[in-house]
Design a protein around this ligand. Structure first.
Ligand code: NAD
Length: 244
């Protein structure tokens, strides 16, 4: 197994990409701390080998430090938590801007700040940050705040990678296209015509379909594993060709 002996923390592991990734990491032999704000979403981990389900709100800096310091080691940190705000610059509010920066960016800064000293002590580790193709890679309509935060994630990723490149700590970002997850369903269902909204999401994907969360998880496993030992500071698109 590719991740035998590694301890991994995954945020927002209750559903969607975080859950698919936590399961994939555990299937490769990692000891996984699967965390989420919503404890009910963690119930499904009961009985799954190698997974410890822990409630964690990534907007709570002290709670992040508490969970990380309780881990025996932190070999892998997958910062998956994030929220998609809809709207243009004219529709954005300061409250949305602050919430998105806190959840999508500041939480990653906090968890990395908590994990890096542990990684330095143990001789290295892999940080994986959730970005998006909607970022510095591609502008998408109606995603002003979201695209801004995910561009910041890519900058944060490269900065961390540069600072610890000689210390065995790697830091990479993942940039999915549109992935069929519960929160995407929420974004679809708020529309007056959900069926048309779903078709529009599919239409912007050149393959004519959405990704599944299980199609993103293998990249998380690769970046967590020693197979990617020479890879750092990169933003990897898994996007069904949306950025061709
Ligand atoms: P999702 O949005 O369906 O689920 C998000 C999870 O985050 C939920 O389990 C929720 O309880 C948890 N969460 C919310 N606030 C939290 C907090 N403060 N602390 C801890 N957990 C919290 O999952 P998803 O669609 O797979 O998205 C996961 C990540 O992937 C996000 O960062 C998102 O921006 C990114 N992403 C998603 C897509 C997509 O199309 N779904 C595309 C690109 C990037």
């Amino acid at each position: 197994m590719r991740l035998e002996g590694k301890a991994a923390l995954v945020t927002a592991a209750g559903q969607g990409i975080g859950r698919a990734s936590a399961l994939a990491l555990a299937a490769e032999g990692a000891q996984v701390w699967a965390t989420d704000l919503n404890p009910r979403l963690l119930d499904g981990y009961e009985g799954i080998d190698g997974v410890r389900a822990v409630q964690l709100d990534v907007l709570d800096k002290d709670a992040i430090h508490k969970v990380i310091s309780a881990m025996p080691a932190v070999d892998v940190l997958f910062n998956c938590a994030g929220y998609v705000h809809s709207g243009t610059v004219l529709q954005a509010t300061d409250e949305e801007w602050n919430f998105a920066l806190n959840l999508n960016v500041r939480s990653q800064y906090w968890s990395i700040q908590a994990a890096v000293p542990r990684m330095l002590r143990s001789g290295g580790g892999s940080v994986i940050n959730m970005a998006s193709v909607c970022s510095s890679i591609k502008g998408l309509p109606n995603r002003f705040i979201y695209g801004m935060t995910k561009a910041a994630v890519i900058g944060l990723t490269k900065s961390v990678a540069a600072d610890y490149v000689a210390d065995g700590i790697r830091c990479n970002a993942i940039c999915p296209g549109t992935v069929d997850t519960p929160s995407l369903a929420d974004r679809i269902n708020v529309n007056a015509d959900p069926e048309a909204a779903r078709k529009a999401f599919i239409a912007r994907q050149p393959m004519g379909r959405l990704a599944t969360a299980e199609e993103i998880a293998p990249l998380v496993v690769y970046l967590a594993s020693d197979e990617s030992a020479f890879v750092t500071g990169q933003a990897y698109c898994v996007d069904g060709g949306i950025t061709i």
